[in-house]
Design a protein around this ligand. Structure first.
Ligand code: B1M
Length: 222
């Protein structure tokens, strides 16, 4: 069993989605994350064990390697895709409530901003770290964030902005959320955003990359 989980960890880290996936070329025709997760379940491994022992450590390695600039966006996307392949088997268990998530993370790119590549990476990495993720998409208004928070009041909220012009919308959304839900923690990120700006607009934390977001949530949950 340990061997199977080790193989799954490696498949996710290397971005091997499933058997027919041509990437990475040296793993051609070998089982990918999809098949290995299915086999682990068949052999009696619990979904949360698969998450804790294979998927989460794999994505943590990927996040750390990306932060150290040892890998780049395409590799991280392939790993996230591989994790998604494994999650196809695990999701039904989480959705049924049979297996507990660490918490809920609501994420969206702020009003007026259509950039979603970075936001999607954060979303996938956080999901890979064992959180339920409610991804509201792009061009998300205060009202949409508030509605999602109403449904999950204990959620942590993540805002992404890629344009200097939409940073102002980020400020407004943070202010509106904090007025209505002072206790809700808000994490901000995106290329033009800085820790200084985070403090200025009253958000709780800034992360320059997905792994920083995962680490912040991990600290909050512990
Ligand atoms: Co746009 N764009 N774009 N664009 N675009 C930028 C951002 C720009 C810097 C390009 C440039 O001029 N050099 C520039 C902004 C300038 C500024 O504001 N200072 C720009 C512009 C001007 C525009 C338009 C206005 C262009 C126009 O129409 N005249 C327009 C705006 C549309 C709109 O949003 N309303 C526009 C449109 C587009 C496309 C639609 C064509 C496309 C977006 C496609 C998509 O996202 N689906 C696009 C793209 C691709 C880019 C660039 C080239 C790449 C952005 C990207 O995906 N980076 C970008 C230039 C650049 O960055 N080199 C640019 C990769 C991604 C992994 O990084 O998103 O930074 P990033 O995310 C990182 C971190 O920031 C962090 O983690 C990620 C991984 O490390 N992170 C978080 C992100 N969100 C986080 C949230 C967190 C934590 C961390 O917690 C919640």
């Amino acid at each position: 069993m340990e061997d199977l989980l080790e193989k799954l960890l490696e498949a996710v880290e290397l971005g091997k989605v499933d058997k027919k996936s041509p990437y990475p070329p040296n793993l051609k025709d070998q089982d990918g994350a999809y098949e290995l997760a299915g086999k682990a379940l068949e052999q009696g491994c619990k979904p949360d064990e698969i998450l804790e022992k294979a998927l989460i450590p794999a994505m943590a390695n990927v996040g750390n390697r990306y932060s150290r600039r040892e890998i780049y966006v395409p590799q991280m996307l392939m790993s996230a895709k591989a994790m998604g392949g494994a999650m196809l088997h695990l999701k039904p268990f989480f959705q049924s409530g049979e297996t507990k998530r660490k918490g809920t993370f609501i994420i969206g790119t702020v009003t007026g901003d259509l950039h979603d590549i970075g936001k999607n990476l954060v979303s996938m990495m956080v999901e890979g770290a064992g959180w339920e993720v409610i991804d509201l998409g792009v061009d998300v208004s205060t009202e949409k964030f508030i509605k999602a928070i109403e449904e999950k009041p204990s959620a942590v909220v993540g805002l992404s902005a890629l344009l200097t012009t939409t940073m102002e919308n980020m400020r407004k959304i943070v202010a509106d959320i904090k007025t209505k839900y002072a206790g809700v923690k808000i994490l901000v990120g995106g290329a033009p955003v800085t820790m200084e700006y985070c403090k200025k607009i009253g958000a709780d934390f800034y992360s320059p990359d997905p792994q920083g977001a995962v680490n912040y949530l991990k600290n909050l949950a512990s």
